[in-house]
Design a protein around this ligand. Structure first.
Ligand SMILES: [Zn+2]
Length: 295
């Protein structure tokens, strides 16, 4: 069942018309009469595509990935230094919003949903929308959120044509999305995100030397880079793309590889956690960064 509050902020991807609910599993566009269905908890607001590289990787990841994220997010303390660095965008938002309630929340390219689930450990939005262009990813996200009993709306849609009305989202996030596109597409994705959002959290790998070193090592071990096309961006570039759409930077932080190592095995690496000194780790192993923007 689609929440009433979410139905009101959706719009038809074909004509931007408003929707009416026909049944718990069907909505229709009041302007062009197109009908969209829900299947196994996922609203299909785009034409189904042939499986691509992401569908395949999320299908393969399957249950193992689900159990991995669930076990981690159950165990790790959201106030620990490692959580704060690994999910740096969560901490930045938590500090910046200072308890301000988030009503409508959107994760664009949610993947397994683990980033949004991490966010709920510190900030619980009233309406959570998880959006992706991969059905296997959305199924994983659905099952992961169900494990934690957190309600969310799952939408299969195109990030270049979000089925949402202007300015309806209080906070949207992307985690590892823009780097998978070339620059002209990155700009279009950001423009579309800014059209619907008041606050934006952008988390992605940076064009820094630890990224390229990590990529080299992973490529050697796997005999190829397993994460598809990637063009990391410098924080300055991302900033200028958001500024072009009228948003301003309100917070910035790094996610470093040191915290990833501890995060991968918090029990075993307890002693590394004790040695953790964020400015030093950021300097030597800054890998990803998070920027928070405000309209
Ligand atoms: Zn329509």
């Amino acid at each position: 069942m689609l929440k009433e509050e979410i139905l009101h902020i959706l719009r038809c991807p074909a004509c931007a018309g408003q929707f009416s609910l026909i049944s718990p599993e069907k909505i229709t566009c009041r302007s062009c009469q197109a009908i969209y269905n829900q299947e196994a908890g996922i609203w299909l607001l785009a034409k189904k595509q042939a499986d691509d590289v992401w569908d395949i990787s999320y299908t393969q990841a399957g249950q193992d990935a689900l159990n991995y994220f669930a076990a981690k997010l159950q165990k790790v303390n959201p106030d620990s230094i490692v959580f704060k660095s690994y999910y740096v965008f969560v901490e930045l938002l938590y500090q910046h919003l200072k308890g301000k309630k988030v009503k409508n929340y959107l994760d664009i390219g949610c993947g397994s949903g683990s980033y949004s689930l991490a966010l709920t450990k510190k900030i619980l939005p009233a309406n959570i929308i998880l959006l992706d262009y991969s059905l296997p990813a959305l199924r994983l996200a659905r099952d992961l959120f169900a494990k934690f009993n957190i309600e969310c709306s799952l939408i299969y849609a195109d990030a270049f044509n979000l089925p949402l009305i202007d300015n309806c989202i209080d906070l949207s996030i992307t985690s590892g999305l823009f780097e998978h596109f070339q620059e002209d597409k990155q700009k279009l994705l950001i423009k579309e995100e800014c059209r619907v959002s008041q606050y934006v959290s952008c988390h992605l790998p940076g064009n820094f030397w630890p990224y390229w070193l990590y990529r080299f090592v992973v490529t050697m071990i796997n005999r190829g880079w397993p994460f598809g096309y990637e063009q990391p961006l410098k924080p300055k570039q991302t900033l200028s793309f958001f500024q072009d759409n009228g948003l301003n930077l309100v917070a910035f932080g790094y996610h470093n590889l040191y915290s990833s190592i501890i995060w991968s095995n918090p029990d075993k690496y307890k002693f590394l956690e004790k040695l953790y000194f964020q400015p030093l780790a950021d300097f030597f192993s800054k890998y990803e960064y998070a920027q928070i923007f405000k309209k």
